[in-house]
Design a protein around this ligand. Sequence first.
Ligand code: NAD
Length: 522
Amino acid sequence: MNTLAVEGELRPVNPATLEPVGVVAVTDDVAPVVAAAASAQSEWAGSSFDDRRALLERVSRVLVARKAEIAATVTAETGKPIVESYTTELMLGVEQVAWLAKHVERVLAPERIRYGIRYLAHKRARILYEPLGVVALIAPWNFPFSIPLSQTASAVAAGNGVVLKPSELTPLSGQWIARVFEDAGAPTGLVGVVQGGPDTGASLVRSPGIAKVVFTGSVENGRRIAAEAADLLRPVILELGGKDPMLVLRDADLDRAVEGAAWGSFANCGQVCVGIERIYVARDVHARFVDALVERTRSLRIGNGGSPDIDLGPLITERQRDRVEDLVAQALERGAEALTGARRPNVGLPGWFYEPTVLAGGDPESRLEREEVFGPVVSVLPFDDEDEAVRLANGSRFALGASVWSRDVKRARRLASCIDAGMVWTNDLGISYGAGSAPWGARKESGTGVTHSKHGLYAMSNVKLVDSDRGRIKVPWWYPYDSGALDGFEGVLELLHGEDALRGAWPHRRGLMHLVGRYLRR
Ligand code: NAD
């Protein structure tokens, strides 16, 4: 743990320096925070789209005004390079808020629909997207600001209240979410935060008054939360682990692919749900690619994330470094070769650093190849043809993101359609996280449900149909039932959907006339 265990308090520690970052009280009882969010939400549910847009625009401005403080908190708690606190936390987060401000009305405004059925042509109907109530967000430590920020903004844009439980490893980063909404003038209590570990999270999931749970974290805990929520019949969105494959085709721009591989594997010290953990390279270019990736990896600078001139910080906890070391040791025992890394660097700091590691020739059955490593380790394998590349990519129980690298965009798109994943990027990776129009979701054990985009807004809403009928036209399939009506309905089916409409309906003309009579009778 990198929080010092003190009764009733969380004391996050900088994983690079092991210095304390602050003290946060554990929330004894989540109920008052949920109640405050519910009370604020009951008014917020009636807010206009203008109100919601204005709040989100103010959130963006507060975020920009306080960017240096937020970035410093995130880097102190996670050890990630300060540049990444700007790019993957602030920039991705604010883009989501800005998109929501601009598009929430278009997506969630009442939608007129037509049934498209001839005998219901007189009807009018609307789909309403109504708020759910209070949404519980349970967040991880790896992106402790951008993930809960985008989820909170989406929930609030849809008229909901939020209670967020940040990771116990990054409570101060999570606290910023409530602070920016508060500073932006959100109704008091609308965005609440509860602090603590799994027990606090479990209380929140179970808390009466929670309409939906959005959990971002490990598969193991996602399973627990899904089971708990199933018992309560409470809907959940699960954003879980990944083991993203990168497919480098023979015609790829190798320089770009190597740069992408280094960043995709080692950004945030490899602790990224869509981090690249498996690289499959066309055999013709495999050796060149591997040599260049090893050289690039050796040039990465490791150190204290507070410095703008480092590329990699430490792992989040000692336990996580131990786990990465175990997985690598087992992979080496089972025949993998460490082309670089596979050891602790000497950076003159006491934190939980690990050298970025490129492995080759691994046993596909080793734990490292099968589990999410969540550290700066990537394995590289050659493939002979596209079918094999797709088979390798899909040969995992995870299916979050994937990337295809090729100069032929059509070919990349074709392969993308064969890959099991929630997102497939071409000659890039992860970038759509900040794009409000782009959905974020997964398949297989990487999760269920979607956040971001119009689909994320729908997921934060109750969908309601309101049918409008002036009540002037009779409904012929109400009582009484009789043989004339039955004959008529046979005729209707033939007339509207039969192969030879008129001829098929003809034998049922008496029944059809019977129905017409019902329409006309007052
Ligand atoms: P974790 O599962 O350990 O914890 C996540 C959160 O859940 C924390 O706030 C924790 O306190 C809480 N929690 C744990 N057990 C709980 C329980 N039984 N009931 C309620 N709450 C509980 O995950 P982590 O280590 O913080 O995050 C890393 C994992 O998250 C990785 O697997 C990563 O791939 C995944 N992740 C996924 C996405 C995505 O978009 N799919 C994004 C980021 C991280």
